[in-house]
Write a protein that binds this ligand. Structure first.
Ligand SMILES: Nc1ncnc2c1ncn2[C@@H]1O[C@H](COP(=O)(O)OP(=O)(O)O)[C@@H](O)[C@H]1O
Ligand SMILES: [Mg+2]
Length: 236
């Protein structure tokens, strides 16, 4: 196999004081779809923020395409091809769909028309909505806009934090399918955090289980059909 696209070793990070991440180890290969699952508060979002560079690394390494990310800020990591869609989506509510997409466009190297084609193809719900204010759209539409905004940055790796949150089940399914198409057709690598079993099973090729700031296990999505496994990995 090729070198991994993302390799994390002994990663320690947090918000000052006690670290939240306490030695995270994980590997994501090119064109994989990998989930990080685990209960609330175990450090999943903290991990995503540390990978994109919003939080400092205290110890350990994040290698992206074989290159150490320490010392690079979030903007520089984005330019190298890491897209980030935060939990809660982080779109600009008062800006229009088009304006939100322009914000994501500032870091990309692709031609503009190609990019809007890409968004139209994978998120047709955003078509003909350029002038609509993002805040007036449904949760599912806003999530698709958030993903679209990351896509126009032309990423190789997308970090997606709890895409199903606050979204009705039929749209959860659509988003999962669209992400799988992006993976299959464009070779997009996806690392996503999720607690919604349907979305995990629909999207993931394998899952890392996180607890108390560490990766404690790895499971295949098929194993999540077993209630005992779900209780161990996700239970409340
Ligand atoms: N901005 C912050 N400042 C201080 N502590 C935080 C902050 N964000 C999260 N935490 C703490 O870090 C821990 C992990 O949070 P988080 O990574 O958001 O968990 P998860 O995404 O798995 O639910 C929790 O104890 C949470 O209270
Ligand atoms: Mg979270």
């Amino acid at each position: 196999m090729n070198d991994p696209l993302l390799k994390i070793q002994g990663l320690v990070a947090g918000y000052g004081g006690t670290p939240i991440l306490q030695g995270v180890e994980l590997t994501v290969h090119e064109a994989e779809i990998v989930a990080i699952i685990g209960r609330n508060g175990v450090g999943k979002s903290t991990l995503m923020k540390t990978i994109i560079g919003l939080l400092q690394t205290t110890a350990g390494t994040i290698l992206y395409k074989g290159k150490a990310m320490s010392g690079l800020d979030a903007h520089e990591r984005a330019r190298l091809g890491i897209g980030y869609i935060p939990q809660g989506r982080g779109i600009f509510q008062r800006l229009t769909v088009a304006e939100n997409l322009i914000m994501g466009h500032s870091i990309n190297s692709l031609k503009k028309d190609k990019l809007s084609d890409l968004v139209d193809r994978y998120f047709p719900v955003l078509k003909n909505r350029s002038g609509q204010r993002a805040g007036t759209m449904s949760g599912g539409e806003q999530q698709q806009l958030a993903i679209g905004r990351a896509l126009v940055g032309n990423p190789d790796l997308v970090l997606l934090d709890e895409p199903s949150e606050g979204i009705q089940p039929s749209i959860v399914h659509d988003i999962g399918q669209n992400m799988k198409r992006l993976n299959a057709e464009m070779g997009l690598t996806i690392l996503f955090v999720e607690q919604n079993i349907d979305m995990i099973i629909a999207m993931a090729q394998r899952c890392y289980v996180m607890d108390k700031g560490r990766i404690i296990d790895e499971v295949l999505p098929g194993q999540l059909a077993n209630d005992a496994v779900v209780r161990r990995c996700l239970a409340v």
